[in-house]
Design a protein around this ligand. Structure first.
Ligand SMILES: Nc1ncnc2c1ncn2[C@@H]1O[C@H](COP(=O)(O)OP(=O)(O)OP(=O)(O)O)[C@@H](O)[C@H]1O
Length: 699
């Protein structure tokens, strides 16, 4: 009864599967899934053939496959000679057989050696080109995509492409078919009727295998997406472990994670069930063939006892070949299943993702990259001019995995197929509408409904201008400040000066040149930035401070001076707390340092770069008053001596009182500007901010 139910379930699923296959074909048309031609064209990017390796690997494989194909016939010959008691010939044939085996093993060993060497080189080359492409992408891409996901693409993608473009790929397929054909010829030589029987049963087995494979791939596709969801949820929760501990939410999170982890157990079970079913069918086919062969022998043996004797003698051997023919029919069925569908399989999924990654193109382009790479930075003089600049953040269009809220309270994700059709078409429409470059993970999943943003949502999400009609001019060597309420657009302004984004309207001029015409190397090389949340590498303090030094050149004297003025010396040379001094490891993201220490290192790093424009975005917010005063003193010196342009963004208004010009921002607009004494006399936003801060301090 249970079995019947499962069978019914299976065929129901197959019907639904049919529909999803049709949809897949539609998707293929929509270029959501690459065609085989596109896949091969893509592989060409990474191909660099070492002809010697190519020749040796393929020649060895061809010789091995010919030896393998000849083996059954050699066995027949040995047996015939044994029956005829021709022992000298048997000896000779046995020697020949052993020699073939030894040659095959030697060739195989040599092929493997070449294979590993060439694969290693190919993997390095592929990894490098994926990284080169990834690093050429805009900051926005990294803001929209999860780091775990991108690092997986680089690692796994390179691995999978390497195995796909290995030199022996085609020859191995050729080997497989030579083996099948030789075995079929062997069976034919024994008895044509038996061959017909083998062919009929193998064809039935292959067809059933194809159906099961397609069904399995459908489940794998869903599992794949849910696995990614699991990884992101785990990543999110473990990254916030401090928060979880402080709120004593361990139990809740464990419960939520367990729910998320167990979400796709239904799919996993189905995959296992289908695997078992395939195994069962293979065995069933084999037994059916065995029975059929015996029946044939009995029928034919009634009137031909000689024939019967010969055939019975080789029955065991025959069955071995019949069995391996069935095993090979498994490979045929895999080949017949559409190649793109294979890309949902965990063995191939990252190839599709790498293809997607290469479809993403940077919007911030630099025509000078190739020419300027080996030339030294040409520092800017430091004048900045904004002319009628307006800007809004673009929508995330190149997200591999859309930013999704992990709804842990209701994390039950129904992986049932019951209403997959409606969600499927809806999601397909979302894909068309959004033109999102989503991974090849299944869209026929409820999760995708959450994941993809439809046209309506897009309209709602139409971003507002973050900066509107901004005009200002900064001369080289000036000290300029931007103040304003949180969210008024100050940091965005800095991002535009660094050209992490291009403006929507207006123009930004640096040294009287449009920012778009300045090589990125010169632009970013001339800017030193310290932002609100300093990022540090998991390395020692010295490495972090000297990271921006051109060609890694600096003197210990310079380093010491910068450490002194940025306040790093104050803690780093304290032998009790930092016995290793500048060689102290800071831990991931500088976790072993305090907020103020991290900020001082970031300030030292920016100063070591000797920039012509220094941007301090809330750079001293975690420093105590004394340290801030020290940094401030050095900044004043810099302005005086080196003519460096300094832009300060600060909420603490005492920090900016000495600025040449203070720009006051509100809702993405500059509301007023002037120096401190001018602004304080006006009855405007600045005066209100100053009084507000004084009030807080006195109370
Ligand atoms: N990467 C981003 N994508 C989309 N919107 C963003 C992004 N970064 C900032 N914003 C939005 O732009 C607006 C201005 O943000 P910005 O960080 O420039 O403000 P701010 O004045 O520097 O604030 P604060 O003083 O709190 O740092 C905010 O409404 C914010 O939500």
């Amino acid at each position: 009864m249970q079995y019947l139910q499962k069978l019914k379930q299976f065929f129901n699923c197959s019907l639904q599967n049919e529909a999803s296959i049709k949809d897949e074909a539609k998707l293929s048309k929509n270029k959501e899934i690459p065609s085989q031609f596109q896949i091969w064209k893509f592989y060409l990017k990474f191909m660099k053939i070492d002809w010697r390796g190519f020749f040796i690997i393929n020649l060895n494989l061809i010789i091995c496959s010919l030896i393998l194909a000849y083996e059954p016939f050699l066995m027949i010959e040995i047996k015939q000679n044994l029956q005829e008691e021709n022992y000298s010939e048997v000896q000779y044939l046995l020697f020949y057989y052993v020699a073939c085996q030894i040659i095959e093993q030697i060739l195989h060993f040599q092929e493997l050696q070449y294979y590993f060497n060439t694969s290693d080189l190919a993997r390095q080359r592929i990894q490098k080109s994926i990284l080169e492409h990834l690093f050429s992408l805009d900051i926005q891409f990294f803001e929209d995509n999860k780091v775990t996901y991108l690092s997986n693409i680089v690692q796994e993608g390179a691995e999978q492409i390497t195995s796909e473009i290995s030199y022996g790929k085609f020859t191995k397929i050729f080997n497989k078919y030579t083996e099948i054909v030789s075995q079929l010829i062997f069976v034919y030589c024994q008895s044509p009727q038996i061959l017909s029987l083998v062919c009929i049963i193998a064809t039935i087995g292959t067809i059933i295998n194809i159906i099961i494979n397609k069904k399995k791939q459908n489940s794998e596709k869903k599992t794949e997406f849910q696995n990614e969801y699991k990884i992101f949820a785990l990543d999110d929760i473990i990254t916030n472990i401090h928060l979880i501990k402080i709120f004593k939410k361990e139990e809740n999170e464990i419960e939520n994670l367990t729910k998320i982890i167990n979400q796709n157990s239904k799919n996993q079970n189905q995959i296992e069930y289908l695997k078992q079913l395939k195994y069962l069918i293979r065995n069933f086919c084999f037994h059916a063939m065995k029975l059929g062969i015996i029946l044939l022998l009995v029928i034919s043996g009634l009137d031909n006892s000689q024939n019967k004797k010969i055939i019975i003698n080789s029955l065991a051997e025959l069955l071995v070949y019949v069995y391996s023919t069935i095993l090979l029919s498994k490979d045929i069925s895999k080949l017949i299943v559409s190649k793109p569908a294979k890309y949902y399989h965990k063995k191939y999924k990252y190839i599709g993702k790498v293809m997607r990654l290469f479809q993403v193109k940077p919007k911030i382009t630099d025509n000078y990259t190739t020419n300027q790479n080996n030339q030294p930075i040409q520092y800017l003089l430091g004048s900045i001019k904004f002319e009628n600049v307006s800007f809004k953040y673009p929508l995330a269009t190149d997200s591999f995995f859309k930013q999704k809220k992990f709804d842990r309270q209701d994390s039950e994700v129904d992986s049932d197929n019951s209403d997959s059709e409606s969600s499927l078409s809806e999601c397909r429409q979302h894909i068309d509408n959004c033109n999102y470059l989503d991974g090849y993970c299944g869209a026929d999943n409820k999760l995708d409904q959450v994941k993809l943003i439809n046209q309506q949502d897009q309209n709602k999400l139409q971003r507002k201008y973050v900066l509107q009609n901004i005009n200002f001019e900064i001369k080289p060597g000036q000290l300029i400040a931007f103040v304003g309420m949180s969210g008024s657009g100050k940091s965005t302004l800095v991002k535009l000066i660094e050209r992490y984004y291009d403006v929507d309207e207006g123009v930004i001029m640096l040294d009287d040149k449009n920012i778009k015409d300045i090589p990125l190397k010169n632009l970013r090389g001339s800017i030193g930035l310290v932002n609100q949340e300093p990022s540090l590498f998991d390395n020692d303090i010295e490495y972090n401070i000297t990271y921006g030094c051109q060609d890694g050149k600096y003197t210990q004297q310079e380093l010491r001076q910068i450490c002194d003025v940025s306040g790093v010396s104050e803690f780093v040379f304290d032998e009790e707390r930092f016995p290793e001094g500048l060689k102290t490891l800071v831990g991931p993201k500088g976790i072993k340092l305090s907020g103020g220490q991290k900020q001082r290192i970031a300030i030292a790093r920016a100063l070591m770069k000797k920039p012509s424009i220094l941007i301090l975005d809330e750079a001293t917010s975690s420093l105590d008053a004394q340290s801030e005063h020290l940094v401030q003193k050095y900044i004043d010196q810099l302005v005086g001596y080196r003519g460096i342009t300094i832009i300060v963004i600060a909420h603490r208004l005492s920090t900016i009182a000495k600025s040449d010009v203070i720009y006051v921002m509100e809702n993405g607009e500059i509301k007023e500007y002037g120096n401190h004494s001018q602004l304080i006399t006006q009855d405007g936003v600045y005066k209100r901010l100053v009084y507000h801060q004084i009030q807080i301090q006195t109370s």
